[in-house]
Ligand binder design. Structure first.
Ligand code: PLP
Length: 451
């Protein structure tokens, strides 16, 4: 057996992969050995375009010299030490930089290791904030239908993508789930009306239940894992205003949308929203190391400040919280945003792909193309007129992305929605290549399934 096949056999024998039916993996194994720019190479030497930024987080491509060097430099000082009640230099420097680039009201940074944990922290902080202020009845969370905030128990309790959560219902706590203004799957033709109805539903809930609601949690400007559903203009702003009116904290989850993905550094900038808490992860280190953070306003921070014996302290933290290597990578990453003017380039690339993606509309089974910045979802349907989906068992999204893999590009489906979320540094030429592959794969897959 050659070395590559040996790796494959070992992976099949011992590994258990995230969000993966291992029977699928056994049939279609993939082991990445190397990366360079927007390309990944597997153990057999086959090259793929990284069409979903290695799970939505790669920014500058793989093996970016500046980030590699920053990590090596930090390694030569210290790689890790978490001491409770102490911190380190890169974590301190990064906190200052994060406060500079996030909305003005956010002044505090609580580190963690993943997006889901940043969400857990936001939930615990919001819950304890009210308790610390003597409003213990405010314990519940409100979230949007089809929202996604990670896979830990707290995060799934405020999540609403059924397929990920159904099995775990008995483990979860209750939260209110309000309608989302979905432009494609809505009876109404006027999106403005749909948006207003959704805001009214929230207002009615708040009016009745505000004394038991701690916080509203929502993704920034676009639902990601729920199918790439873009929020209509004014919706997030409307939620911010209602939260203020009814004394409810607003948590915006920027784990997927942060760090330029939507064409602004953070998506809240599109509507000048200032959340009380904001979660960030994924692109924070350019896609290198697992750092995440929950940012809060001074108002939230102050509610936790006081004598230890008052039990106001935030009891949370993990072994790797504020890891030096991760923070050093994040600092180098943020430098690159300035040096390479990343945000402006994203805007141009977003316009470019919007035009190129139009050609997918001519395919018989492309029902909808949704895009914000470099976040794209292509929804496949059996019948374009009626928007009838393909049967569940057809797994059209899955097979379309497998076909893309054959053709030299990696992505992942969200049900029947094919995701296109390239690294922000992808060149115009590479973007065009990726769209061509996506089109070809969708065409071939849907033609077979539709017969
Ligand atoms: N929040 C949002 C909006 C996400 O899209 C994700 C992951 O995709 C998460 C939280 C969870 O992040 P992580 O996978 O780093 O735990």
């Amino acid at each position: 057996m050659n070395e590559a096949n040996n790796w494959v056999e070992k992976s099949k024998k011992h590994l258990w992969l995230p969000f993966t039916q291992m029977k699928d993996y056994e049939e279609n194994p993939l082991i990445i050995a190397e990366g360079e720019g927007v390309y990944l190479t597997d153990v057999h030497g086959k090259k793929y375009l990284d069409g979903y930024s290695s799970l939505w987080l790669n920014v500058h491509g793989h093996r970016k010299r500046e980030i590699d060097e920053a990590i090596i430099e930090q390694l030569q000082k210290i790689s890790h030490s978490t001491l409770l009640g102490a911190t380190n230099i890169p974590a301190t420097e990064l906190a200052e930089k994060l406060v500079e680039i996030t909305p003005e009201n956010l002044t505090r940074v609580f580190y963690s290791d993943s997006g889901a944990e940043a969400v857990e922290i936001a939930l615990k902080l919001a819950f304890q904030y009210w308790r610390n202020l003597g409003h213990s009845s405010k314990q519940k969370f409100v979230t949007t239908k089809n929202g996604y905030h990670g896979d830990t128990v707290g995060a799934i309790s405020v999540g609403a993508v059924d397929i990920f959560h159904t099995v775990y219902h008995p483990l979860m706590f209750d939260s209110y789930k309000v309608s989302f203004p979905n432009a494609y799957r809505n009876e109404h033709s006027d999106l403005e009306d749909v948006k207003n109805e959704c805001l009214l539903e929230i207002e009615q809930l708040f009016a009745e239940k505000h004394e038991e609601i701690a916080a509203f949690i929502i993704e920034g400007m676009i639902q990601g894992a729920g199918g790439m559903n873009v929020m209509p203009d004014g919706y997030l702003k409307g939620i911010e205003q209602l939260c203020k009116k009814y004394n409810i904290l607003l948590i915006v989850d920027e784990v997927a949308t942060g760090f330029g993905r939507t064409g602004k550094m953070f998506s809240v900038e599109h509507e000048n929203v200032q959340p009380d808490l904001m979660t960030i992860a994924k692109g924070i280190t350019g896609g290198y190391l697992p750092i995440a953070a929950t940012m809060t306003s001074e108002k939230v921070y102050e509610a936790f400040y006081g004598d230890y014996t008052e039990l106001k302290t935030f009891f949370h933290g993990h072994s790797y919280t504020g890891n030096q290597l991760g923070c050093a990578a994040a600092l180098a990453n943020l430098e690159l945003y300035k040096k390479e003017d990343i945000i402006n380039t994203v805007q141009n690339k977003a316009d470019f792909i919007a035009e190129k993606l139009q050609s997918l509309q001519e395919l018989e089974h492309v029902g909808d193309i949704r895009q914000l910045g470099l976040m794209v979802g292509v929804e496949l349907v059996k019948d374009k007129e009626t928007k009838e989906p393909f049967p569940w068992g057809d797994r059209v999204g899955y097979y379309a992305t497998l076909k893309m893999r054959d053709l030299g590009m990696l992505s992942r489906p969200l049900g029947d929605v094919v995701v296109f979320m390239p690294p922000l540094a992808t060149t115009f030429e590479e973007l065009e290549q990726m769209i061509t592959i996506m089109k070809q794969a969708i065409k071939e897959t849907t033609e077979v399934l539709a017969t």
